[in-house]
Design a protein around this ligand. Structure first.
Ligand code: PLP
Length: 407
């Protein structure tokens, strides 16, 4: 995997790190921020470059070159449809996961005079912010300390709907949480309930795609489901929305007749091609990733015994709470030591703690020091070993700096 080498440190810091560097033949960054974005798959890149350079005609053109480009898009649609587990014409290509989520929420709530939207406190901001823009009421399910909603609260909220003036409703839930990797357990029951109460269902599958099978969630009867290419080794700038045949649909972009009149604008053929290539490989996390996940937690717990794991059961996502340190300081120091991790959500930057961890009631002495490490199929055992060593060193340094200020 090729990674950008970000190295603008002054030479004396290089010297300081020499002893650390001598442990390894060559220092390459350890990229553990795959829930933010992943490296592109090499064959996806090759096919994408071909589409960019050679098959660059407009898929809407009537000539042969146009037909070739159109075929690339339709082949990709077929691959993405079988990756999701749906019919080809139930896949609408989008520009991102956020666009897919926006489209689903707007589609499901544009038909009545006011919408009753039920979602969860730990959702991605693409869901929360869009729901807040709609005309109507937004209800937030709370979560337990693992980050899961309760079916009883969901029933109570649907019952509440009849005491409002809203005439249409949607339940929007993420399958796996981007910050903690928590997978909701009762999605099948939630879909059944929603349908019983006359609500449509959207599932945000952006983080689960490429790690676990999506098909079971389609079989549970969801009406909409969103995925994003760059989270599973395709290009950035491409997402897909599953729209169940017959589910209401409102286009967000008007103009040409592309995507069966569901999203105007010339198709981003190279990015769509890349998603088709990766989808065809049907990427899933397996035994190797599971072992690395377990090893990371085991090593980390023995190196930093005071750390806690926040929620999480999806292989590859580990949200670690470090006591009495600040997450930004930790991320920057890790980065200076060539280990890249994430806060969990770009929207939670700054002094305000993550809304997800707040909803899970993560203790105050840990919430500000919570960091997400996320793996991909390219992550190696050597990287896990080195990451834990660096994390331990950085944590000790930060605690030493903070001595006398806190605990
Ligand atoms: N939903 C979840 C759970 C995500 O993690 C993300 C991205 O971080 C999104 C939606 C938005 O996806 P995109 O970056 O493709 O807009």
């Amino acid at each position: 995997m090729k990674l950008p080498v970000i190295n603008n440190r002054p030479p004396e810091i290089e010297m300081e790190e020499f002893s650390f560097q001598s442990l390894y033949d060559r220092i390459e960054p350890v990229y553990l921020d795959n829930n933010a974005t992943t490296a592109i798959d090499q064959s996806a890149l090759t096919e994408m470059m071909k589409a960019l350079e050679l098959d660059y005609a407009n898929p809407g053109a009537l000539h042969q070159a146009g037909k070739t480009a159109k075929k690339l898009v339709e082949d990709a649609r077929k691959n993405v449809a079988s990756f999701i587990g749906c019919k080809n014409d139930e896949v609408v290509f989008m520009g991102s996961g956020s666009e897919a989520i926006n489209t689903a929420i707007i589609s499901a709530t544009s038909i009545g005079h006011a919408a009753y939207i039920l979602t969860c406190k730990t959702e991605h901001k693409a869901t929360i912010t869009t729901a807040e823009q709609m005309n109507g009421y937004v209800g937030y399910l709370s979560v337990d300390k693992e980050g899961r909603f309760s079916i009883d609260e969901l029933v109570a909220m649907f019952e509440e709907r009849y005491r409002t003036t809203c005439d249409f409703s949607l339940l929007s839930l993420m399958i796996a949480n981007n910050e903690t990797g928590t997978i909701h357990k009762n999605i099948d029951k939630a879909i059944e309930l929603a349908h019983k109460y006359g609500a449509l269902v959207h599932l945000d599958a952006v983080q689960i795609a490429g790690k676990k099978e999506i098909k079971p969630y389609i079989e549970m009867g969801t009406d909409y489901l969103s995925i994003s290419g760059h989270k599973f080794h395709a290009s950035k700038g491409v997402g897909a929305l599953y729209v169940r045949t017959g589910a209401p649909y409102t286009a967000l972009i008007y103009g040409g007749l592309q995507e069966n009149e569901r999203r105007a604008g010339t198709e981003n053929v190279p990015a769509i091609v890349s998603m088709g290539v990766v989808a065809k490989k049907y990427p899933l996390f397996g035994k190797k990733e599971e072992q690395l996940h377990r090893k990371f937690i085991r090593l980390l717990r023995s190196r930093v015994p005071s750390c806690i794991i926040n929620g999480g059961d999806m292989v590859g996502t580990i949200n670690v709470g470090f006591q009495y340190v600040h997450r930004e300081a930790m991320i920057i120091k890790l980065s200076q030591n060539d280990v890249y991790a994430g806060i969990g959500s770009a929207c939670s930057l700054g002094i305000k703690p993550s809304h997800t961890l707040e909803a899970m009631n993560v203790p105050p002495d840990y919430i500000h020091g919570s960091i997400r490490f996320s793996m991909s199929k390219y992550t190696t055992e050597q990287e896990i070993d080195r990451a834990v060593e660096v994390i331990g060193k950085v944590y000790d340094e930060l605690r030493e700096m903070g001595r006398g200020i806190i605990g």
